[in-house]
Design a binder for this molecule. Structure first.
Ligand SMILES: [Zn+2]
Ligand SMILES: [Zn+2]
Length: 228
């Protein structure tokens, strides 16, 4: 193809390249001990919340790619796609892009979803970083479980049992979700917990910006999709 690249092709290509890296991040050889070694998911080591982000991301992208391929084949009136790995499904989607491009509404949907998932993937890979522990207790579960994740500018309660009071928050509906506070909410969080806001921003500033770690657009500091 000689025309300029379809953005959907670019995003799907990034996803195809980066998705396997998520599994590498989870591989036992990268960490001190095998994933899920007996510990029933309690956040014991600093690596635990990172793995959690990555496994959440793998699940989100896996579901998203299946749904996207099914939506595409339905709209194109093709047979329901056979089972396949995420990589196989992505490759099949890439193969359908010319047909998708002929339907503007579908093309827009594919572009949006591909972009969202590629960003989420880059974000998770960019977050293979040490979270910074902060003092004070979570306002919802009263545990000493708050961590700052500098690159995503998010504070997270890493207690898997934590549930907030907001009816529509993912931590009530999705067992894998962890309650998080985007940077815009930090002041409120600090007031609710007696944490010095400077402690949160200091954790943030101590961290070097992570340049060039993720290919593609600069998403390392993006908090989209994390905060709500
Ligand atoms: Zn909590
Ligand atoms: Zn919540």
């Amino acid at each position: 193809m000689s025309h300029r690249p379809d953005p959907a092709a670019v995003w799907l290509g990034i996803l195809l390249r980066q998705f396997p890296e998520l599994h590498q991040e989870l591989a036992p050889s990268r960490g001190a001990r095998p994933l899920g070694a007996g510990r029933s998911g309690r956040p014991t080591a600093p690596a635990a919340p990172i793995r959690l982000f990555i496994s959440d991301t793998i699940r989100d992208i896996t579901d998203g790619v299946v749904e996207l391929e099914e939506a595409v084949t339905e709209k194109l009136r093709l047979p329901r796609p056979p089972r396949g790995t995420v990589e196989q499904r992505l490759a099949r989607l890439i193969g359908l892009l010319d047909e998708i491009a002929a339907r503007p509404v579908l093309a827009e949907h594919v572009r949006g979803e591909a972009r969202r998932m590629a960003r989420r993937c880059s974000l998770a890979l960019g977050d293979a970083e040490s979270p910074v522990r902060v003092g004070g207790r979570c306002p919802y579960c009263d545990s000493v479980s708050l961590r700052v994740f500098p690159h995503r500018e998010t504070v997270l309660c890493v207690n898997p049992g934590c549930r907030c009071a907001e009816a529509e928050c993912g931590c009530r509906t999705d067992a894998a979700h962890r309650h998080s506070w985007a940077r815009a909410d930090w002041q409120r969080l600090a007031e609710a917990t007696d944490i010095d806001p400077a402690e949160l921003t200091a954790a943030q500033d101590a961290e070097e910006p992570m340049e060039g770690l993720t290919a593609g657009p600069a998403v390392a500091r993006d908090t989209e999709g994390v905060s709500r």
